[in-house]
Design a protein around this ligand. Structure first.
Ligand code: 6PG
Length: 203
C-alpha cells in the first residue's frame, strides 16, 4: 500500500484529501487499514470558508467518516483555518504550505462543470500575492467562499488520484480527457495523474 511504502521509505505519509461527497466511501474504508497512523500528515486540497465543525466543511466529512476514528496526531491534521476573511484563511494556509514538503498523494474529485478542488472553469482567480493557494469568493458551487490549493501546488506530488463516480460526471470527464481546457488539465505532476472511475469513457 502506497502509504506504508512512503512511511517505510521516508518515515511519513503526506496526503491531500479531496472534498465533496465521493471520497466518503474511501474514507470509511481507510479507518480499517493496518498502518502507523502516527506517521500520517493530512492536508486539504480545498475547503469551504465556514467555521470549524460546520457540516459543509470538507474536513468535517473526513473527520466524521475516518479521522476521528484513527489515532493520527491532531497536530498532523492541517485544517484550513476560518480566519477573519476568506483571503486571510487562504494566506494562512499559503504560509503553512510554504513549509510543507512535496506531497506523497493528492486526492481530487471532479465537479459536473469540470471543476476540481475549488478551481472552477473560466478565468483563473487572481493570486493576490499567494503562491500556493487561492481565495475564491464567487464559486458557482455553494458555498461561494472557498480556499483552494492552486494547480501548481496540487501538482507538487508523487501521485495524484482523481476519484470520479456517477453518471452526472460523464460529460465533464469526457470533455477533460478529450482535451478541453478544464482545471484538471493544469494539474500535471511529473508522473501524470490516475483516474479512478466507474464510468466507461473515451476521448
Ligand atoms: C468541494 C470539492 C469539489 C468536489 C467536486 C465533486 O469542496 O466541493 O472539493 O471539488 O470534489 O465538486 O464533488 P462530489 O464528490 O460531491 O460529486
Amino acid at each position: 500500500m502506497l502509504a506504508n511504502q512512503c512511511i517505510a521509505a521516508n518515515g511519513r505519509f503526506i496526503v491531500v484529501l479531496s472534498g465533496g461527497s465521493t471520497p466518503a466511501a474511501l474514507y470509511r474504508r481507510l479507518g480499517h487499514i493496518k498502518t502507523d497512523w502516527q506517521r500520517w500528515h493530512i492536508y486539504f486540497g480545498d475547503e469551504r470558508y465556514l467555521p470549524a465543525g460546520h457540516p459543509e466543511r470538507n474536513d468535517t466529512l473526513a473527520r466524521q467518516t475516518w479521522l476521528d476514528h484513527v489515532p493520527i496526531p491532531a497536530a498532523q491534521i492541517y485544517a484550513v483555518p476560518y480566519a477573519g476573511s476568506v483571503y486571510a484563511a487562504a494566506a494562512a494556509y499559503d504560509a503553512l504550505l510554504a513549509q510543507t514538503p512535496r506531497f506523497d498523494l493528492v486526492l481530487l474529485g471532479l465537479g459536473e462543470d469540470g471543476h476540481t478542488a475549488s478551481l472552477f472553469p473560466g478565468p483563473a482567480a487572481h493570486a493576490n500575492g499567494l503562491l500556493y493557494t487561492i481565495a475564491v469568493s464567487d464559486a458557482p458551487k455553494p458555498p461561494a467562499e472557498r480556499i483552494s490549493m492552486n494547480t501548481q501546488r496540487l501538482s507538487e506530488a508523487d501521485a495524484v488520484w482523481f476519484l470520479i463516480t456517477g453518471e452526472s460526471k460523464r460529460k465533464a470527464l469526457t470533455e477533460w480527457i478529450s482535451g478541453n481546457d478544464l482545471p484538471p488539465c493544469h494539474i500535471a505532476p511529473e508522473g501524470g495523474v490516475d483516474i479512478f472511475t466507474d464510468l466507461d469513457v473515451s476521448p
